[in-house]
Write a protein that binds this ligand. Structure first.
Ligand code: COA
Length: 252
């Protein structure tokens, strides 16, 4: 556990709130461990459909705690690595509500999200080179995929902040809402997921993160999951509800 991160269930969402506003929500080893434990535990809880990341105060997250960086070697047991494994392998739909500075892992975490709601004050900085580091969290792969090779090179080489409207244009955030409305908008998205078939949602998130690169290989990956879903109780319920002209109930 860490006093600097609040982790609570709200409906079918696991809400992870950075609670270190005095340090612009810089993440410590203890925070990584608490979040990784919660994310791994959620994998075994079918009632958890989504995860919402947010942060108290004027900024979402200023990245890894710089003091911690100096004192924690990047060994196999580094808490950050457990967190990175958790966010890159979770089957839960990942959502973020961001405002103010989103720096380092505060920006690369967003590349693992399926929905990102930003306040107008949000700015994303992939500032690794500026502090003599290199991209992490798979961002050297995920950022070019999201914005194209040249734009990704610019963002990663110069590390200059990307404002909310530009991030929206580039596809790094899903929506920009009014200042202070980002968490409510993220929750509204999560609430919509609750009415949908959970296994199909999670399988779709896994496919979006699939590792196969060719269309042929990806189609084979999809067909395996598609066939499972065809035989699932939730598909039977979806078809029955359609035939009976009623709303489906996937919680039965
Ligand atoms: N690690 C440790 N402490 C941090 C921090 C970080 N990543 N980011 C901010 N802080 C601390 C500051 O040292 C300051 O502490 P103090 O009040 O005890 O002096 C406090 O948080 C507020 O930061 P400040 O710089 O005054 O806020 P700001 O609004 O002017 O700027 C940022 C916000 C995020 C743009 C700026 O703090 C920053 O660039 N932080 C470093 C980001 C970074 O390089 N992260 C690592 C990426 S790999």
């Amino acid at each position: 556990m860490s006093e600097f991160v609040e982790i609570v269930m709200r409906g079918a969402s696991l809400e992870i709130v950075f609670n270190r506003a005095g340090k612009k929500n810089a993440i410590t080893g203890g925070m990584y461990s608490a979040m990784a434990d919660a994310l791994f535990a959620a994998e075994a809880q079918p009632e958890v459909v989504s995860v919402i990341f947010s942060g108290h105060g004027a900024g979402f997250c200023s990245g890894n705690d710089l003091q911690d960086f100096l004192s924690t070697p990047m060994t196999e047991k580094a808490p950050v690595l457990a967190f990175l494994k958790a966010i890159s392998t979770t089957s839960k739909v990942m959502i973020a509500a961001v405002q103010g500075p989103c720096v380092g892992i505060g920006a690369t975490l967003l590349l693992h999200c399926d929905h990102v709601v930003a306040a107008p004050s949000a700015s994303l900085s992939f500032n690794f080179v500026k502090i003599a580091l290199v991209p992490e969290a798979g961002s050297s792969l995920l950022l070019p995929r999201a914005v194209g090779r040249l734009k990704a090179a610019e963002l990663l080489l110069l590390g200059e902040p990307v404002a909310a409207d530009e991030a929206l244009r580039l596809g790094l955030v899903s929506r920009v809402v009014g200042e202070g409305e980002q968490l409510a908008a993220a929750r509204a998205f999560a609430d919509k997921l609750e009415a949908l078939p959970p296994k199909a949602l999670m399988a779709t998130r896994r496919l979006l993160n699939g590792s196969s690169r060719t269309v042929e290989a990806r189609m084979a990956e999809e067909v395996g999951v598609f066939d499972q879903q065809l035989r699932s109780p939730e598909f039977k319920e979806a078809v029955a509800a359609f035939m009976q002209k009623r709303a489906p109930d996937f919680k039965k």
